[in-house]
Structure formats: C-alpha cells, structure tokens
Design a protein around this ligand. Structure first.
Ligand code: BJW
Length: 247
C-alpha cells in the first residue's frame, strides 16, 4: 500500500503526535465493536447496557455482558495495529495515546503514555465505598460481584450520562489543544465528548488523519482519510515513515 508523500512528510520526529483510538483498533484481535453488525449482544444495544440505569435495574444482565466481554478479551492478543501504535510511542518524543477502549490491549502492546478515557474493564469499583481494585478472573465466580462490605461492585468504566474522569479530560483537552498531528483510528466518532476531539484539533491547526474501515461523521473534515483495516494501514504507514526518516 503506497501512501502519499505529502502525508508521510507530516510525520516529522519533532511533531507532537496524538493517537485517538476506538473499538475498531481491537476488531482484528477478535473483539467485537459496539456499533454496526458486530455491535449487538443478545438483542441489546450498547446504549441500553452501558448506563447507570441498566445497572440499577438489572446488575446481573449488565455483568453478564461484561463477563462475556472479559472472556473474549482475556484470550485476545494485540494485533499489528496496536503494535504499530506502540512503536510510534518509541519513535516520537512527543507522543500520547487517548483510547476509548477499556480492553487494556494498548498497554499490552507496549504503550505507556495512555489515557484510558472510558476506564478499564479489569478494574472493579465498589458502588458504596468508591474503592477500585483489579480483578482478572474469567469468568467471575459471582455475578454480580460484591465488595467485602456487601455492596455491589461495578466495572470501573464510564457509562452514558456519567462524567468522564476530570483529570483525564483536562489532560486530553490540553493534548488535543497543542498537538501538531492527530491520528484517529477505528472510532465511529459519535460518542461525546471524545467525538469532538478531531474537530477541536483541526480548529487549532493540527493535521488530522483518520483510519477507518468505513466513513464516519468526521471523514469529510479530516485532512486525510485512509479507508481500510487498521491492522494493515498502520503498519504500512509506519513502514513508510521509517523509510522517509532513513532518507
Ligand atoms: C475499524 C475496523 C478495523 C471496525 N480497522 N476501523 C453532546 C451531544 C449529544 C449527546 C451528548 C453530548 N455530550 C454527552 C452526551 C451524551 C453521551 C453521548 O455521546 N451520546 C451519543 C450516543 C449521542 N455521552 C455521555 O454520556 C458521556 N458522558 C458525558 O459526556 O458526561 C457529561 C454529560 C452527560 C450527559 C449529558 C450531557 C453531558 C459518556 C460516554 C461514555 C461512553 N461509554 C461507552 C462504554 C464504556 C465502557 C464499555 O466499554 O463497556 O464507551 S459506550 C461505547 O461507545 C464505549 C466506546 O468507547 C464508545 C465509542 O465507541 P467506538 O470506540 O467509536 O466504537 P464503535 O463500535 O462505535 O465504532 C467502531 C468503529 O471502528 C467503526 O467506525 C468501524 O467502522 C471501525 N472499524 N473494524 C479500522 N479493523
């Protein structure tokens, strides 16, 4: 896959690079995305399950969904797309990754400068005490799981109608506000506030590149839209950047 020379030249070592990822980056690791054909679990949409209301009314159902996803993720491995992003972190001195994914695959691929802006599904939070602990057991021995204090545990993730962690959000806005290059990978770009990051980056003068199998609401405003699987496009992009740097 030959990418345009103009695009490759944007990736200079001095550039402040931010990568923003969504579920599409993990699709080639066998993890279902939220929307599109893959998106349904039983007959539920993510908007019906990833809410505090769903958890209050039926914690067992919500936990069955998370336990199912934890089972898939536990068996999954980072794919060439994750590995390319990890290598970018090593190549660019000014690099940050903002991921909406809760699967932990970026960290396993080798990224360290990560903001998990929607949380992490391997962390459980007590609804009463607010304490957070890691739990990697699959399947969980008790559904819904309970804290030692007797209250329910919930996934330490951000559901619809909940605020994102303030520090993560402030830090993300700061990164987006001063980046030179934003690479948006595998997100449908419909869930706020993250869906606004590409437009914010564009408005402050950053060069915005999108990688997605399908067009999204941001595709017409980005500087370059690369259509195809992230696991093929990102290694090709990386290879051509390295080739350019070697010249
Ligand atoms: C490939 C590929 C391959 C496939 N290669 N590509 C302003 C306006 C309107 C509404 C709101 C607003 N502000 C807030 C809201 C409400 C709401 C919202 O945005 N609703 C919209 C649906 C309209 N937002 C919130 O509630 C947020 N909270 C908030 O803003 O608080 C303040 C506030 C509250 C209420 C009102 C106003 C203000 C919280 C959002 C939390 C989202 N949580 C979830 C679940 C996390 C935990 C979990 O994982 O279980 O996060 S929902 C789900 O969607 C998950 C994802 O991170 C998120 C985004 O999905 P993503 O990653 O984009 O995945 P998909 O499946 O949608 O797309 C995959 C893409 O990959 C597709 O494009 C494919 O084509 C592509 N692809 N294979 C490349 N191989």
């Amino acid at each position: 896959m030959e990418l345009s020379g103009g695009l490759i030249k944007q990736f200079q070592p001095s550039k402040r690079v931010v990568v923003l990822t969504g579920a599409g980056i993990s699709a080639e690791s066998g993890i279902p995305t939220f929307r599109g054909e893959d998106g349904l679990w039983r007959r539920y949409r993510v908007e019906e399950l990833a809410t505090p209301y769903a958890f209050q009314t039926n914690p067992k159902l919500v936990w069955e969904w998370y336990d199912w996803r934890r089972g898939i993720i536990a068996k999954a491995e980072p794919n060439p797309g994750h590995l390319a992003i990890a290598e970018m972190e090593r190549m660019f001195p000014h690099f940050s990754l903002i991921t909406q994914n809760v699967d932990g695959l970026h960290r396993r691929a080798g990224n360290n400068k990560i903001i998990e802006i929607h949380g992490n599904l391997w962390q459980l939070r007590c609804v009463k005490e607010g304490t957070v602990k890691e739990d990697y057991r699959v399947p969980l021995p008790e559904i819904p799981p309970k804290c030692g204090c007797g209250a329910l545990l919930r996934p330490h993730v951000v559901w619809f109608g909940e605020s994102l962690n303030k520090e993560d959000l402030v830090f993300s806005y700061r990164l987006i506000g001063k980046c030179d290059l934003l690479l948006v990978v595998g997100t449908s770009a419909v869930v706020q506030p993250v869906a606004s990051f590409p437009l914010m980056a564009k408005r402050q003068g950053a060069f915005v590149v999108e990688v997605n199998k399908n067009p999204t609401p941001i595709s017409s405003m980005v500087d370059t839209f690369l259509r195809g699987p992230a696991g093929e496009i990102l290694p090709a992009l990386l290879g051509q950047i390295k080739e350019h740097w070697g010249k």
